[in-house]
Write a protein that binds this ligand. Sequence first.
Ligand SMILES: NC(=O)c1ccc[n+]([C@@H]2O[C@H](COP(=O)([O-])OP(=O)(O)OC[C@H]3O[C@@H](n4cnc5c(N)ncnc54)[C@H](O)[C@@H]3O)[C@@H](O)[C@H]2O)c1
Length: 245
Amino acid sequence: MASLRGRTAIVTGGGRGIGAAICRRLARDGAQVIVVDRDLEPAVSIAGEVGGEALQLDVSEPAAVAASLSGRDVDILVNNAGYDSFAWFTDVTPAQWRQLLAVNLEGVFACTQAVLPHMQSQRFGRIINVSSEAGRIGSSGNAVYAAAKGGVIAFTKSIARENARFAITANVVLPGPVDTPLLDEIRATGEPGERMIAAMRAGTQLGRLGTPDEIAPAIAFLASDDAAYVTAEAWGVSGGMGISG
Ligand SMILES: NC(=O)c1ccc[n+]([C@@H]2O[C@H](COP(=O)([O-])OP(=O)(O)OC[C@H]3O[C@@H](n4cnc5c(N)ncnc54)[C@H](O)[C@@H]3O)[C@@H](O)[C@H]2O)c1
């Protein structure tokens, strides 16, 4: 079992869904976890559960991110916070696409930039980004989200290149459809949402949705000393959804 004893991890969007499962798993492996979320209450709840710290922060606000995260004694950053909104691209307004990019892509920039100087000075760091298979193979009704997630993949590889000399690794995990409150929001749209989820399920080789607990172990591995020689990887944890990508 990989051990994270003595490591401190920041997990963004840690209040629920995949992020909450990541917090639980990293804590179980011995890490001290800082649960970052836009919503304070769930962050406090998960932090209480894992014996960590809760931090209310909107990752789409770079000044607030810098103020809260810069200089922290952190070893592992999991950029997990994200959201999706479903619409044909012809219906997406500039305000909507800017917000999707601000959270899903620029939020990753802001958090990464805040923690890198400390990681560089200690000559150790693990950056693990949560993208999506949509970022590799595209997705109908999610063009801007997919573009942001594709950007996260390219950004991760670039950070891996720039920071290898500091023994910092950067990898990106691409979940497929995972049963979280995010999917509940799609279900809530009724018949079109159910159809979309059925299509997602059919798009996997395993023919089913994943669970948050099936994503977290990949993150824990990439955070661990066992993954010291793994960097710049884009790792699908998606029931085989990325097979054509
Ligand atoms: N669920 C899926 O099918 C799926 C598939 C592929 C990728 N992903 C990605 O996995 C990550 C987690 O998704 P999830 O399904 O657990 O979502 P979720 O909506 O269940 O949870 C996301 C969490 O992030 C927080 N958050 C959202 N915007 C934030 C912001 N601006 N600043 C700080 N916190 C913020 C929310 O409050 C929430 O606690 C996201 O990046 C998502 O894009 C999810």
